[in-house]
Design a protein around this ligand. Structure first.
Ligand code: BTN
Length: 323
């Protein structure tokens, strides 16, 4: 289709500009047709800039997502067997939920966004999604009780940390249950949403936000001291197709291991990457403030925090490192 060809040409010339005249020549269509396709692509959500005298440029740091290339690298794994790219979406988690209701969605489907306008974070918070990040979600149907689904939070965090490490000068560490930090600042967040009965979930949507090619100035001012990006840490742009293929390959590997061998197979790795194990921590449990040493993470994925009186088992919450 001509519109896809216009998009492909724009993606190929992403480092500079391509004029309407050259697009028309290359695709053997009129300049008016080029203009109409560009307008239609913009309406779909593609960020295309036009500079008079130079032409058009597609803004997509990290490159345009190419599902077939990623699928070829995954070699038949469940997660990523279908990859959908949406140039603009409210939230990839919400988008996948809608797709699941509208159609017989294949398990393992991944939805990747070019721009995410209403990213969701854990505990009802908002997830800032400035341009240049990698925002995606996938759909699973694990037939396991809810308590075990919660463990997947830790499993996918361990998997993602492993994949991200290759792009970082310093280790990628996990803040329980599933935030990924490097150099003391947050790089990646994971949001699991599930529905169904207590003993059998009907669906699981796993959403991952990776701060990839984001300039530190593009984070909201108040967040800058607390978050970072691969670009800021590694001082180079990270190709999204390559990174997504690596992360999805890790997810497949860890998910299979978890389903076959259970959480104990992953726990040692999680502990090795945990940011606060053995450290003084603070967190709220309901209205009660717990402070103590995080002495262990048990086989149920819970934190064990030792204070002067007792060992407290923490099932949920936001951990803060003290000192
Ligand atoms: C958190 O740390 O609070 C979790 C953040 C999860 C953000 C990702 S971005 C892709 C997916 N879509 C969303 O709306 N949220 C998740």
């Amino acid at each position: 289709m001509n519109r896809d060809s216009v998009l492909a040409e724009l993606a190929e010339h992403q480092d500079g500009y391509i004029s309407g005249q050259e697009l028309a020549l290359r695709l053997n269509i009129s300049r008016v047709a080029v203009w109409k396709h560009i307008e239609a692509l913009k309406a779909q959500g593609y960020d295309i800039r036009a500079i008079s005298g130079r032409g058009y440029q597609l803004a997509a740091q990290g490159g345009l997502i190419r599902p077939t290339e990623i699928q070829a690298a995954l070699d038949g794994g469940l997660i990523g067997r279908q990859i959908i790219f949406a140039p603009r979406v409210d939230s990839t988690n919400e988008g996948l939920k809608r797709l699941r209701l509208e159609q017989d969605l294949a398990e393992g489907t991944v939805l990747v966004a070019g721009n995410q306008e209403k990213g969701k974070g854990r505990r009802g918070r908002r997830w800032e999604s400035p341009p240049g990040g990698l925002w995606f979600s996938f759909y699973l149907r694990p037939h396991i009780p809810l308590e075990e689904i919660a463990l997947l939070s830790l499993v996918f965090a361990a998997a993602a940390a492993g994949a991200l490490e290759q792009y970082l000068p310093q280790p990628a560490l996990i803040k329980w249950p599933n935030d990924i930090y490097t150099a003391g600042r947050k790089l990646t967040g994971i949001l699991l949403e599930t529905g169904g009965e207590l003993d059998a979930s009907e669906y699981l949507i796993v959403g991952i936000g990776i701060n990839t090619n984001i300039d530190s100035d593009d984070f909201p001012l108040e967040m800058r001291p607390f978050c970072t990006s691969l670009l800021e840490q590694g001082q180079r742009q990270v190709p999204h197709n390559e990174l997504l293929a690596r992360v999805l390959a890790q997810f497949n590997q860890y998910y299979n291991r978890f389903m076959q061998e259970g959480f104990p197979a992953i726990l040692p790795e999680f502990k090795a990457k945990c940011l606060h194990l053995g450290q003084q921590v603070e967190l709220m449990q309901g209205s009660r403030k717990i402070s103590g040493i995080n002495i262990d993470i048990n086989q149920r994925g819970h934190l064990l925090v030792q204070n002067a009186q007792e060992i407290v088992e923490i099932t949920t919450g936001d951990v803060n490192l003290v000192g």
